[in-house]
Design a protein around this ligand. Structure first.
Ligand code: ZN
Length: 416
């Protein structure tokens, strides 16, 4: 049986950023099988989802999350930079039990879905426990177990088990990567080992880079000129490496970074909240893969990707001293297909095109912020809120229907 989204406006995010009107989208076996004029694609026995007065667009790809820590929201606002030097510990976090984290993770997955996020790149210690919960939520995800020197072989072995269980093939809805924590919490030898292992497995490396000044100082103490030199020495450069933050780079390092082509998980809200600075992404966009991440709720505290994209655009314009940079079309791509490119899944998701997996968001055009409809992409970036999001599909499954979690595995526990 197929599912047909009927009579939708479509923000395709294809190569030409085409916007279509009055279209049916036929979904078979989780993939987009056909896109045609309204009324032409449904056959007897198909399920139909009426999208009259609605916009269908690709789901939002959140390229940097720590979902199981959602319960930290509100515990650490307005703190000095130095506070975070204690390994990013949050006051009182020791009181939470593994069950609390599991509940927190279910809640976070529900929140992502309700907010239109269809894919996350999640990393944390304990991923063997968290990944099955993420998988159960219906989200698409790439997961990584935190590796540090302090964790010793425990982190490495847990990472190997996660890699063995989920593999690095992105055609699996939940797959795995390597996740060394950061340049200061991992030695040069450990970073190089992660790079080599990822290349053996054909997987990606996810790492925090230049998130604070102390991290860069420690890297210099090890004899590197800065964060970029440290990454290069370890072999952690290129599009298979996803660096979160990168907010303490010199001008010369930014130019070198672009030559290397390393992907960036840009987390402006988190950066601004705890470091009062962020990366001038106008210099990187279109030159290296750049996606958006909400990071964790201790430092954001929102899981709202529309807010993240809007903030990235507005702060990006300020840092460029130029209101023409980061135009609407480019930011919508960052929210969707470019995020997918960062994760190596842009051949699978990130646009509404025949052959792609049906990871889709349906936006209600009757919401006041979506009117008038002069430019629907502009409305999504600059006016929409998550209340405009009506339905969300991952792999062709309707996981959010009418702004509520649809019945399915994991739904009841997500409401806890
Ligand atoms: Zn992070």
């Amino acid at each position: 049986m197929a599912l047909v989204l009927h009579n939708a406006a479509v923000l395709t995010v294809d190569r030409e950023n085409r916007v279509l009107a009055g279209r049916d989208i036929r979904i078979e076996d989780g993939a987009i099988a056909a896109i045609g004029p309204a009324g032409t694609l449904a056959r007897a026995g198909d399920e139909t989802l009426d999208c009259t007065r609605a916009l269908v667009m690709p789901g939002f790809v959140n390229v940097h999350t720590h979902a199981a820590t959602a319960l930290f929201r509100g515990l650490s606002d307005d703190l000095p930079r130095a506070f975070w030097a204690n390994a990013y510990r949050v006051p009182g976090q020791e009181r939470f039990t593994p069950e609390d984290y599991a509940r927190s993770l279910r809640g976070a997955c529900a929140e992502y879905l309700l907010n239109g996020v269809t894919c996350i790149a999640d990393r944390l210690a304990g991923m063997e426990t968290w990944a099955p919960i993420i998988e159960e939520s219906g989200l698409r995800a790439v997961v990584g177990e935190t590796i540090t020197d302090a964790r010793g072989s425990e982190g490495w072995e847990a990472s190997e088990r996660v890699l063995a269980r989920y593999g690095t093939d992105p055609s699996r809805r939940v797959f795995a990567g390597l996740a060394p924590h950061a340049l200061d919490s991992c030695s040069d030898a450990l970073l190089a080992r992660c790079a080599a292992r990822a290349r053996d497995l054909g997987g990606r490396v996810f790492i925090h880079v230049a998130q604070n000044e102390l991290e860069v100082e420690r890297v210099r103490e090890r004899g590197h000129a800065g964060a970029l030199a440290c990454l290069r020495a370890a072999g952690l450069t290129g599009p298979d490496v996803v660096a979160a933050h990168a907010i303490y780079l010199s001008d010369a390092e930014m130019e070198g970074w672009i030559e290397d082509g390393t992907a960036i998980a840009h987390c402006p809200a988190s950066n601004l909240k705890i470091e009062a600075r962020t990366l001038p992404i106008h210099r990187f966009v279109g030159r290296v893969p750049v996606g958006l991440g909400t990071d964790w709720t201790a430092t954001n505290n929102s899981n709202d990707m529309i807010v993240e994209a809007r903030l990235a655009a507005l702060v990006g314009k300020m840092l460029a001293d130029d209101p023409t940079v980061l135009p609407v079309g480019q930011m919508i791509r960052m929210l969707t297909i470019e995020g997918a490119r960062v994760l190596g899944i842009d051949h699978l998701v990130g646009s509404v095109e025949v052959g792609k997996r049906a990871d889709l968001v349906v936006i209600d055009l009757d919401q006041p912020e979506m009117m008038p409809a002069h430019d629907l992409a502009s409305n999504v970036l600059y006016a929409a809120s998550v209340r405009s999001i009506r339905d969300v599909l991952v792999d062709g499954r309707v996981l959010v229907r009418g702004r509520a979690l649809a019945a399915g595995p994991g739904t009841a526990s997500a409401r806890e």
